[in-house]
Write a protein that binds this ligand. Structure first.
Ligand SMILES: *[C@@H]1O[C@H](CO)[C@@H](O)[C@H](O)[C@H]1NC(C)=O
Ligand SMILES: *[C@@H]1O[C@H](CO)[C@@H](O)[C@H](O)[C@H]1NC(C)=O
Ligand SMILES: *[C@@H]1O[C@H](CO)[C@@H](O)[C@H](O)[C@H]1NC(C)=O
Ligand SMILES: *[C@@H]1O[C@H](CO)[C@@H](O)[C@H](O)[C@H]1NC(C)=O
Ligand SMILES: *[C@@H]1O[C@H](CO)[C@@H](O)[C@H](O)[C@H]1NC(C)=O
Ligand SMILES: *[C@@H]1O[C@H](CO)[C@@H](O)[C@H](O)[C@H]1NC(C)=O
Length: 519
């Protein structure tokens, strides 16, 4: 068998087994010989058979035994870039002829084994695959961006393109073929689940690889990545003086005032706003009566600079020449985690992207960013390669694809309004209602891919995958989605509704999702 050249750089296949393998086929130890590797630019790295409950990721263990196969795939114009992928194959009795791929977070560079485990344990019978996004975190500052630091993958055009646009598509055909060979039975349906950067990768699949997946979950999608990065920079700049800085006590004061004004609009007094767009709160109502008053520690009012900073974050970045919006702003009730927007996210993403990808100059000073003339640089040098915001997803629709998007209203990374705006753009481009194949679920009090710290009693696990499987396989469109597992341990369930529907309380236990209807 002829292996791709890059396999030579790796140690040959090692097969280990924590427990005696089942004598029956399929056999984890012979999997490397099961497919024509060269045709997938792949070399297998190793295979390990794991007994049930033998791996433990963040206190969750595998409920079923599985064969774990690591492979490396070469890609890029010179075929010298490398993507490492993992494939988890449960025993045949736990396989329901379904394939699931998971995405990455942030700057990628690691395989999201925690999500792979969630999918393996779902009871849905998935063979589960994941990849590192086409570059290793270990070679890229540990996977984190930082001002003034060289981030190698952002200087390799093929790795940039792989990161979001192609990362999942690069390993999926090989992983599916391996799955088919292992069971002697190809997956009948293919699903994808990712959040944040993984949500962007989900949109990349729908836009650039519309035939690969039958069903996609795209959570908190950063699919307008270049402008998401601009929004981080904007919010950082708008708060980057001691006078405009919004301290945690000020932020909590604002959220409390917003909740006082709008909590009960939805008929339930639960310190949660079902639909922030209905809330007509004006931050100016919190203005200090006399200027120069300090709010620190007192939480009674906001100074003019604090009001201006808050308004800038609610509005989102705009061009300095014509005031056109560059990305939506944050929603009422999301304030408690804005500290992330006041510098940390700009330092982790925006400044590294400007310095490495857009301007190729580690000394580039982001304070000099021109909010009119430099936007085009960001669009051309970053957006073209890392965004996936086409409003025309007809190829995906025509291939029979279904997509579920989730977005928390209190997400401190992604402005909650972006997925709504993108949905409107899609509806406009595709002639109206798209709910036959595209559903957006907005999550009251939801954070970034889970809980928002300001809303600890809001269930933060959204059960999207099982309804997606039903939608794809039985043509049963999800009318609602259940969420469970509040971080504070409270025994509350909630009903998430396909936007623009929201959950209306019908009486009884307010903490029981059954006592709400989507309207
Ligand atoms: C298999 O390869 C992966 C990727 O290189 C590595 O992280 C893992 O430790 C290897 N596992 C074994 C059992 O050698
Ligand atoms: C998982 O590992 C951690 C750390 O080693 C341990 O404390 C925990 O008990 C393990 N959980 C399970 C379910 O085995
Ligand atoms: C791949 O090859 C090109 C051209 O020879 C080179 O510029 C680039 O640095 C190589 N990339 C890697 C990851 O080795
Ligand atoms: C804003 O406040 C935070 C926390 O209170 C502090 O860490 C940060 O340095 C301040 N930033 C500015 C620009 O004053
Ligand atoms: C904040 O509280 C301190 C101490 O109670 C008080 O001296 C100060 O005047 C208060 N400031 C405002 C703006 O109310
Ligand atoms: C905040 O301002 C300081 C001082 O001008 C600057 O060095 C820093 O880059 C700014 N941070 C952001 C995130 O804009």
């Amino acid at each position: 068998m002829k292996l791709p050249w890059h396999c030579l750089a790796f140690v040959p296949l090692v097969v280990t087994s924590a427990v005696p393998r089942k004598p029956t086929s399929p056999d984890c130890s012979t999997i490397a010989t099961s497919i024509n590797l060269a045709s997938y630019n792949t070399c297998f790295l190793n295979a390990t058979y794991h007994a049930a409950n033998s791996i433990n990721i963040s206190d969750t263990t595998n409920s079923v035994p599985f064969c774990e196969v690591y492979s490396s795939i070469s890609y890029g114009r010179n075929n010298n870039d490398t993507l490492v992928s993992a494939l988890w194959l449960p025993d045949p009795e736990d396989y329901a002829e379904r394939f699931m791929a998971v995405g990455n977070g942030g700057m990628a560079g690691v395989i999201d084994t925690a999500n792979m485990l969630t999918q393996l344990n779902s009871g849905l019978g998935f063979a589960v695959a994941g990849g590192d996004g086409g570059h290793a975190a270990a070679d890229n500052n540990g996977g984190g961006g930082e001002p003034g630091v060289y981030i190698p993958y952002l200087h390799d055009a093929d790795q940039v393109e792989a990161w979001i646009h192609d990362a999942i598509a690069l390993f999926t055909p090989m992983a599916r073929e391996t799955t088919a060979a292992y069971y002697g039975q190809a997956p009948q349906h293919s699903f994808y689940d990712g959040c944040s950067t993984g949500g962007a990768q989900g949109f990349a699949l729908a836009q650039y690889h519309p035939d690969l997946f039958d069903g996609i979950v795209a959570g908190s999608p950063g699919n307008w990545y270049s402008h998401l990065a601009l929004s981080f920079l904007w919010n950082a700049q708008q708060t980057n003086t001691s006078k405009r800085n919004l301290t945690q006590d000020v932020l909590e004061f604002v959220t409390n005032a917003v909740l006082d004004a709008c909590d009960t609009l939805d008929g339930v007094a639960d310190r949660l706003i079902e639909n922030p767009l209905r809330c007509k709160f004006d931050i100016q109502s919190l203005a200090c009566e006399s200027e120069g008053l300090s709010t620190s520690g007192n939480n009674t009012c906001l100074t003019k600079p604090q009001l201006a900073a808050s308004e800038a974050i609610y509005s989102g970045p705009v061009r300095s020449d014509n005031a056109k919006p560059l990305y939506p702003g944050f929603s009422l009730g999301s304030e408690t985690e804005w500290a992330l927007q006041e510098g940390p996210l700009a330092e982790a993403f925006s400044i590294p992207i400007l310095q490495n990808l857009v301007y190729d100059d580690l000394d580039y000073d982001s304070d000099t960013f021109n909010w009119a003339s430099d936007v085009g640089d960001v669009n051309r040098r970053a957006g073209k390669h890392i965004d996936e915001i086409s409003p025309d997803l007809s190829a995906f629709r025509d291939a029979g694809g279904r997509i579920i998007v989730t977005q928390g209203w209190a997400d401190p990374f992604n402005a909650a309004l972006w997925p709504i705006e993108h949905l409107h753009r899609i509806e406009k481009a595709m002639g109206g209602d798209v709910s036959e194949w595209f559903e957006l679920f907005m999550i009251p009090g939801g954070g970034h891919c889970g809980a928002a710290s300001g809303y600890p009693s809001v269930p933060a696990t959204y059960h999207t995958v099982a309804p997606l499987v039903k939608w794809v396989e039985d043509e049963k469109k999800p009318k609602q989605i259940r969420s469970t597992a509040a971080p504070d341990g409270s025994d509350v369930t909630r009903k998430l509704c396909p936007w623009p529907q929201t959950a209306k309380y019908t009486g009884g236990d307010e903490g029981d999702w059954k006592n709400y209807v989507c309207k």
